[in-house]
Design a protein around this ligand. Structure first.
Ligand code: HEC
Ligand code: HEC
Ligand code: HEC
Ligand code: HEC
Ligand code: HEC
Length: 182
């Protein structure tokens, strides 16, 4: 059994205490960093796509307007992904030999839409509409980040209720439950 501490043990503990405290601090710091890393990883998640479509080239280098492809963003709840005829206007003649463009042309010729993997998705019970936000002059950037610099699109905003409410409060938009929960 443990008896009362002798002088030597007491001194040892006093000497080690700062190190123990430091180790504890370091441990918590590590945990925090790991937690932040996990959060970051979740936010950055960017699924691989059936055709490696680079926004960097199209929205970046070529500076094609977002609405040229996401044609419903200012007209309806959903922004929509482009139909392949929009792509083929250029890719009938551009980079036709590249493997990704060969895939694209096969889909086009077989009239088989590309099954793009969804990146952003709210739960079904939420009402959201692009139209109102775009009409109010909110940039795609505010909710999707710098898409034109993304080789592969990932989610960089939390899309949580607190995030919606923050911006609604700042801009004097409705924070009535029924606005988003109908
Ligand atoms: C040449 C057509 C084209 C242009 C221009 C374009 N996009 Fe896209 N976008 C696509 C295609 C195709 C996909 C589906 C594949 C993918 O995710 O990369 C997509 C996917 C997305 C997604 C992910 C959708 C999801 O599932 O959540 C967002 C967000 C997006 N685009 C925003 C933008 C923004 C913002 C711009 C302008 C800066 C832009 N796009 C310009 C074609 C385009
Ligand atoms: C305004 C013309 C234009 C439109 C519209 C367009 N692209 Fe492109 N695309 C280009 C150009 C230019 C390049 C770069 C070619 C190069 O690297 O020389 C490119 C590159 C690509 C690449 C990369 C090819 C590679 O492997 O290097 C893919 C994939 C691609 N486009 C798919 C699409 C898809 C899918 C759509 C429709 C959603 C689309 N593009 C619409 C002009 C266009
Ligand atoms: C106020 C925030 C906000 C703005 C501004 C915004 N989006 Fe979105 N976007 C979202 C949310 C939230 C989702 C997920 C919607 C869902 O799951 O119902 C989404 C989904 C998407 C999708 C995939 C699903 C769909 O609706 O087709 C695309 C593509 C897209 N956005 C493109 C754009 C483009 C392009 C712009 C600018 C013209 C834009 N978004 C502006 C918040 C925004
Ligand atoms: C970057 C700022 C911003 C973010 C983020 C944002 N909103 Fe909005 N939202 C607005 C503004 C501003 C309006 C008011 C537009 C207007 O007055 O027409 C609005 C309007 C709306 C409307 C229509 C309101 C009405 O009165 O019918 C809905 C629904 C909505 N937002 C849902 C959402 C949801 C759900 C989210 C989160 C997933 C979200 N918004 C995130 C800025 C934002
Ligand atoms: C501007 C849009 C918006 C408004 C206004 C809003 N919510 Fe939400 N709410 C969301 C979104 C988006 C989610 C889903 C994401 C999440 O869980 O954070 C959500 C999720 C929730 C959930 C969790 C549901 C579940 O099963 O996970 C509850 C509960 C909730 N909201 C209650 C409320 C109440 C009560 C109000 C009014 C005081 C309200 N909300 C107002 C956007 C909104």
């Amino acid at each position: 059994m443990l008896g009362p501490m002798n002088e030597g043990q007491r001194k040892l503990i006093v000497r080690l205490l700062p190190r123990l405290a430091l180790a504890g601090l370091f441990g918590s710091a590590l945990l925090i960093v790991a937690g932040m890393g996990l959060y970051w990883w979740q936010l950055q998640r960017a699924p691989e796509q059936p055709i490696a479509f680079p926004h960097t080239v199209h929205a970046g280098t070529l500076a094609i307007p977002c609405l040229h492809c996401h044609v419903y963003a200012d007209k309806s709840p959903r922004a929509g992904v482009p139909t392949l005829d929009i792509c083929m206007v250029c890719h009938q003649s551009i980079a036709t030999e590249r493997p990704e463009i060969v895939k694209l042309r096969e889909h086009y010729e077989n009239q088989q839409p590309v099954a793009w993997n969804r990146v952003h998705a709210l739960p079904d019970f939420i009402y959201f509409t692009h139209k109102r936000h775009i009409k109010a002059g909110i940039d795609c950037f505010a909710c999707h980040g710098a898409i034109a610099t993304m080789e592969r699109v990932g989610q960089v905003r939390p899309l949580k209720m607190g995030w919606c409410l923050d911006c609604h409060r700042t801009n004097g938009a409705s924070i009535d439950c029924a606005t988003c929960h109908r």
